[in-house]
Write a protein that binds this ligand. Sequence first.
Ligand SMILES: N[C@@H](CCC(=O)N[C@@H](CS)C(=O)NCC(=O)O)C(=O)O
Length: 302
Amino acid sequence: MGVRDGPESATSSFRNWVTPNGQPGSTGHGGFKAEAGRYHLYVALICPWASRTLIARKLKRLEDALGVSVVEPALTEQGWRFGDFPGSDRDTINRAVYLHELYTRAEPHFTGRATVPVLWDKKTGTIVNNESADILRILNSGFGALADDTVDLYPEKLRQDIDAWNERIYPALNNGVYRAGFATTQEAYEEAFHGVFDMLEKVEAHLAARKFLAGEQLTEADIRLFVTLIRFDVAYHGLLKCNLKRIADYPCLTAYLHRMLDVPGVRETVNINHIKRGYYSIKALNPNGIVPLGPELHGALA
Ligand SMILES: N[C@@H](CCC(=O)N[C@@H](CS)C(=O)NCC(=O)O)C(=O)O
């Protein structure tokens, strides 16, 4: 998404890969060898794309090898800011106040949006990659022996299935909620709205007979679905006008959400206060910045 003003997730301009031996990955150039403590992840807890990478970092047990800094939840006029909002950090790595400082440090003539997530290389002082879909896969296989190789989020035998889910879920759901919320015509809103709920119905039916999207094993497709589901009732239902139903009204999606939250490490990546504050501070959608008190949260989320 561009939280600032629109539905499309911002185009990513740094596409290098960390690999076990420093060879180039699928895109970009080489030189980014997996080393403990060399890289740093910059995220916003409001952001579903950044949250994908935080979850992968936990599941691959990379916490010690890869540090994290969290920006404050509300996007400012100057973009993401580091600071003292509870659950946010100061940037102790680069001493930046705004995330855009890292982008211009990496690329002095950078003029695009300074988006999260950012995978930063402390050794060469640059951005390795700022595309969450890539970073998910870098964390899965680029860190070699530094990561837990008993966990594979993109296993060979499930790749076709995972890719197919990603291709369906991204436009209809992950990005569909933004297309609905930021629509400027009734027609565009309705098209996106129907896409969101058609996809939720499909996934609800699919999960009735399965633990995870691709079967018994949690994969990156689940991470990509989860980050949208967890934001749905607290932000998308109200702010983005995706209000036909709540996730709480779908029994299988609700059970799945709790199954995901129960996976060790996942719950710690979710900060409902950041999510609510962040979304409801989007001026274009909520000019007075009032943050709703509800909904009442139960169980793992309360
Ligand atoms: N393609 C990027 C998109 C990331 C993105 O759009 N992030 C939003 C937050 S959810 C952002 O940082 N926006 C900053 C801005 O709009 O200025 C990815 O998936 O990594």
